[in-house]
Design a protein around this ligand. Sequence first.
Ligand code: CTP
Length: 481
Amino acid sequence: MKTVEDVFKKIHKAAKQEKVEVYVVGGYIRDILLGKKDTKDIDCMVVGSGINFARSFDVAVDKVGSLIEFPDFDTARYIIETPNIMIEFAGARAEAYDQKSRKPKVAEATLEQDLSRRDFTVNAMAASVEVFTKKVTLVALKKKLVDLFEGSKDLKNKLLRTPLDPDSTFSDDPLRMLRAIRFAGQLDFSITPEAMESIHRNRGRIKIISGERVQEELLKMLATKKPSVSLTLLYQTKLLDEILPEVSALKGVEEVFGHQHKDNLVHSFLVVDNIAEQSEDVWLRLTGLFHDIGKTGTKKFVPMIGWTFHGHEHLGKKLFYGIAKRLKFSRERTDYIAKLIRWHLQPISLMDDGITDSAVRRLIVTMGELIGDLLILGRGDITTGNPNKKERRLKNYDNLAKKIVEVMDKDKLRNFQSPLRGDEIMSLCGLKPGPTVGKIKSAIEEAILDGIIPNEYEASREYFGKIKDQYLKLALDWEKA
Ligand code: CTP
């Protein structure tokens, strides 16, 4: 099998043989209608048993891929390397979480019932697998589309609507509330007012969803071009209070004697967007969301000084460990974010004190390979609306970045050694260990530092050939004297 069409041909043939109907559903159809061509995940709905069909298909293709079965869900995953795709075969089903359990209950269903139990109308369209056995065109797909809930109309209007009453769609699987908000950010769609109200009403149900699945959706929201779109929807529906109360608590502006502090939630969302403009790394973007969570608990108004948040980097780090545990971040990711939260103020204090070599060196050693990410976070943290102030602060970061490179270069040179080592100098000259070996080695190092020769073995060897006699003669004279 070379192409996706070849794979669909085999599925179609196996379906005829097994006398079952197989439909392509969900995201694959949505993405084709949106004009996206690189979708590698294909969801197939089998009106019958998903696992039994996957096994027949595996035999029909001479077991070319790997088959993974999920008997609890009558679902099987089939991974093929060439062409690189992953197919999920699922029996048509109606699946729902009951009020308390974290495990969904699955029941057999018809094609119509299955589609009605999906999350959004734009994801509830299907077409027989036969349509995909030839290079699929939009016209051909639209002709054969099973679209019971006007999904293609919603797609055109960029609207996320649930096929059934939103309360029952979200109650069937509360993760869908996060999916709605993620798709809104990812596809630049809006959520119907009914669905928004329903998310707000049902937000407490998100508690039954595992930390891993919440983490996955959160990261997908952060991977979008402008993550604040999804983050704002999380805040508006109060889902943010449920999954990240530490972040929600940043909302608000207090005033004492006419002094206001900035709204730290708005600021944090802006920081995430700023980072998204500089880096694709979702974990760094997530750090932007969490970097100031310690501000709520450290906020203080000090007369003559104003609002202070002393120690918020320490409290923030501590609070973050709680989030990481809840959302099941790996140890490595947890340490990464915790370290950046802890040190996010350091570049600023360094700039305030005047950038000395030794302070820069200390920062380099403390941050190790995270130094670049700390600078991205620092630049992202500049959200002032005053253009002059912004330019000045960004310039400070340019200077610091330059200084870091300079100090690193200097240190590299300081630690460097002649490529021609002492042992070789001794054997080439027939010398015993002693000061002359060191003097020859230093002369080579000086020549490299002065730029007379490059820092390479061959050049050092050649240079050695030129200078060795004068040093050996000196040594001989000294011995004679
Ligand atoms: N689905 C659903 N409810 C969920 C998850 C998925 O109804 N909680 C349905 C939708 O019809 C969806 C399909 O299952 O289109 C496939 O799910 P998935 O692969 O997770 O989503 P995609 O729509 O393909 O999008 P993405 O891969 O971006 O998550």
